[in-house]
Design a protein around this ligand. Structure first.
Ligand SMILES: [Zn+2]
Length: 265
């Protein structure tokens, strides 16, 4: 059975969080929804999202969120918040209850790298209700400061990169794999990265180590020789094979027509 997550937004629709250049609750919801979507669509992930739309006071809000987390058979709990402070305060931090410093530090660094904002790192907080009362490893993300214009602008500009970084952290932690639909997309995009039929024939030079084969399907048994960087050879033909392209050399061998491997001399 696949490992699962619960990811929720901090505070609630009625019990609001911090507000500044951006609004904490609105943005936390966007991050939660996008990370969940990435884990489902781009990985083989599965889990639950939660946003509190009903609580009218803070203690009900905290209990409602925590009860949702604890009601699911999950392996990790993620709570998304944004920070607030003095105008100069900046950066990313990830809070945990005490035992999860290693993964909190990993995630904080991944988020800070994605945003290009200072990494404030992992912090132990034993006073936070959600961290204290959830039974699984729980991380509380403080994405950046809503009170800092540069943080807010950076977050808006790097939103997708941030969500991808959080999703990748969770995928690694939970053992998810990139889903096959993503592989298909990558493969079809690859046609852009090949010299195609109609590209000039003649002398090409190796930019990245690659191999020659006796057939166009590049089975292991058909492998002939490894071409070192700087080797030049003459291309006499280009053929399409599936959604890939192959060069035929003067020697009668086949080489990938990937632009990353070869340059025209
Ligand atoms: Zn908050």
């Amino acid at each position: 059975m696949v490992n699962k997550y619960v990811i929720s937004s901090g505070h609630g629709k009625i019990v609001r969080g911090a507000s500044g250049y951006i609004d904490e609750v609105d943005e936390a919801r966007r991050v939660v929804n996008r990370v969940d979507q990435i884990l489902r669509e781009e990985y083989d992930g599965d889990g639950w999202t939660f946003h509190d739309n009903t609580s009218r006071d803070q203690s009900t809000n905290l209990r409602t969120i925590t009860n949702f987390h604890n009601s699911k058979p999950r392996n990790i709990d993620i709570s998304v918040h944004f920070n607030a402070g003095v105008a100069k305060a900046t950066g990313v931090e990830v809070l945990h209850h005490g035992k999860h410093g290693v993964i909190a530090a990993q995630l904080s660094k991944a988020m800070a790298d994605a945003l290009g904002l200072p990494n404030r790192g992992q912090k132990v907080r034993t006073d936070l209700y959600v961290l204290k009362n959830t039974a699984k490893p729980a991380l509380l993300l403080e994405v950046c400061f809503v009170s800092n214009k540069h943080d807010a602008d950076t977050y808006k500009a790097k939103f997708e990169k941030l969500c991808q970084a959080i999703a990748k952290f969770l995928a690694d932690y939970l053992g998810y794999k990139k889903s096959s639909t993503t592989h298909v997309e990558v493969a079809s995009n690859n046609t852009e990265t090949f010299y195609k039929t109609g590209a000039p024939l003649g002398l090409y030079r190796v930019k990245k180590v690659c191999s020659t084969y006796s057939g166009v399907d590049f089975t292991k048994a058909d492998k002939l020789q490894t071409l070192k960087v700087g080797t030049a050879f003459t291309v006499t033909d280009i053929v399409k094979f599936g959604n890939k392209y192959r060069f035929k050399t003067k020697m009668g061998e086949w080489v990938s027509a990937k632009r990353a491997y070869l340059e025209k001399v």
